[in-house]
Design a protein around this ligand. Structure first.
Ligand code: GAL
Length: 481
């Protein structure tokens, strides 16, 4: 049976449409695990079940993680079933089929995600869904799928966009640096659009909307996660198409790449609210040679930006220290806040002047409202330790910033007490210090690290948007300032 009103696109905030699904699916950033960052194409039922079991054993399920997602390379590469045209799960690596796997994952109280693509083949060259959207959506629904990650590789010429948007990331034709996050003409293989161009009319939007409609025609709620590397200015239209959308190219387990994405996303956060989230890509916590401080900063900012938090590491090999990072209750609570849908945003850059686009030294001082208080983060992008100073009067959410507040350290859980003026901490290289600043108090107790006597160093935040000459400039993070 098909649902008669399968989904609602409603305007929940002034400027954008949001995709509202049943049972609150997609309202908050998705929490889960995905196979790609850990295993790439070397994926199997066994590895997926190990991850699912570890999600339960390690307490990640109890902390809120629910999706177990199979990425690319799960199907028979040679092609579809010649009589039904259905995708075929690889019988060697997925002996129970995806339906059998879904049953096992559901039996653990978890949900299952799958991967496809809006071109002729996936990014790794497996059969993809262009032209088969209804069939694939019906197949996924019949298998018990709860989440679809939908990629954007191998799009045939007739489906390509007329124009190319700017995703300010290095490529052969232009390695950067990028002035204010804009792309120079020689960066493009197709022409940039005219200033008035509406990307929601692009072929990319159409391809994604076909799959959205196919999913919503099924009698099953399936979270729709767009993965088009930030192309086609996806964050300007995708809230009416999907529940999350990648805003950048792929993450890697390198500090430089993590900071690159952090900087990019810091200029795109106005598109994030309930039901629609910029996806800063899956977590690399536990991968590569990231230090504890780097793992923590990565997780803290992905949580604060309200990105989906999709773990991408081999959970059976993860240290308990890093499991604790992934389970951080204060950061998860902010990411999943039921009261405020908007993310934390920078209120001061720090090393650089405010609004500076800098992919190695992004904005350092961030804040955001939550039902539990204001989350404030201060991050050290430098190679050596520095003192970070959070001054209440500079934090927009603390508009009576002269007062004192109850403060909790997000890493230690320590109740720091009633702190007036602000707070100081030493941050090691690449470390992020963070606090939940709660209710106002009398200010009799002061932390030894309080900066109560400090004069507020009010920053010179620009009020206008960052623009480039051609109008394709990045948007201001805080239009309200
Ligand atoms: C990329 C995508 C990755 C992964 C990979 C699979 O485009 O960004 O997250 O899904 O394709 O081939």
């Amino acid at each position: 049976m098909h649902r008669s009103f399968p989904f609602v696109v409603v305007s929940v905030f002034q400027s954008a449409l949001a995709l509202v699904q049943k049972d609150g699916v997609g309202k908050l950033p998705a929490l889960g695990w995905n196979s790609w960052n850990a295993f790439a194409c070397d994926v199997s039922e066994e590895k997926i079940m190990t991850a699912a079991n570890e999600m339960v054993n390690l307490g990640l399920k109890d902390a809120g993680y629910e999706y177990v997602n199979v990425d690319d390379c799960w199907s028979v590469k040679a092609g579809r079933n010649s009589s039904t045209n259905q995708l075929i799960p690889d019988p060697t690596t997925f002996p129970s089929g995806i339906k059998g796997l879904a049953k096992k994952i559901h039996a653990l109280g978890l949900k299952i995600g799958i991967y496809s693509d809006d071109g002729t083949t996936t990014c790794a060259g497996y059969p993809a869904s262009l032209g088969y959207e209804s069939l694939d959506a019906a197949t996924f629904a019949a298998w018990g799928i709860d989440y679809l990650k939908y990629d954007d590789c191998n799009v045939p010429p007739e489906w390509m966009d007329q124009y190319e948007s700017c995703v300010p990331e290095p490529r052969d034709s232009y390695p950067g640096p990028f002035q204010n996050g804009t792309c120079p003409p020689k960066y493009y293989s197709r022409p940039p659009p005219p200033a008035s161009y509406d990307w929601s009319t692009s072929n990319t939007t159409k391809r994604y909307n076909i799959m959205r409609d196919a999913l919503f025609a099924q009698n099953r709620t399936i979270l729709f996660s767009l993965c088009n590397g930030g192309q086609a200015e996806v964050s300007t239209w995708a809230s009416a198409t999907g529940n999350s959308w990648r805003m950048s190219g792929d993450i890697t387990p390198n500090w430089s790449r993590i900071v690159y994405i952090l900087n990019e996303n810091s200029f795109l956060l106005n598109s994030v609210d309930f039901w629609g989230h910029n996806d800063a890509d899956m977590l690399e916590v536990g991968n590569g040679n990231l230090t504890l401080e780097e793992n923590r900063s990565h997780f803290a900012f992905w949580a604060a930006m309200k990105s989906p938090l999709i773990i991408g590491t081999a959970l059976d090999e993860l240290s308990s220290e890093l499991v604790d990072v992934l389970k951080n209750r204060y950061l998860l609570a902010f990411n999943q806040d039921a009261v405020f849908g908007t993310p934390a945003k920078p209120y001061k850059w720090g090393t650089n002047a405010d609004w500076t686009w800098n992919s190695t030294s992004p904005a350092e001082y961030w804040s955001g409202a939550s039902g539990n208080g204001t989350l404030v983060l201060a991050f050290n992008p430098l190679a050596s330790a520095v003192q970070k100073e959070i001054v209440w009067r500079e934090v927009p959410e603390l508009n009576s910033g002269g007062a004192a507040f109850e403060v909790t350290d997000v890493w230690t859980g320590e109740n720091v007490g009633c702190v007036s003026g602000g707070i100081n901490r030493t941050a090691a290289s690449h470390e992020t210090v963070g606090f939940v600043v709660g209710t106002e108090c009398q200010g009799t107790l002061q932390s030894s690290n309080s900066v109560g006597s400090l004069r507020s160093q009010t920053s010179s935040v620009r009020s206008g948007p960052m623009t480039s000459g051609d109008g394709r400039g990045v948007k201001p993070v805080r239009e309200d300032l």
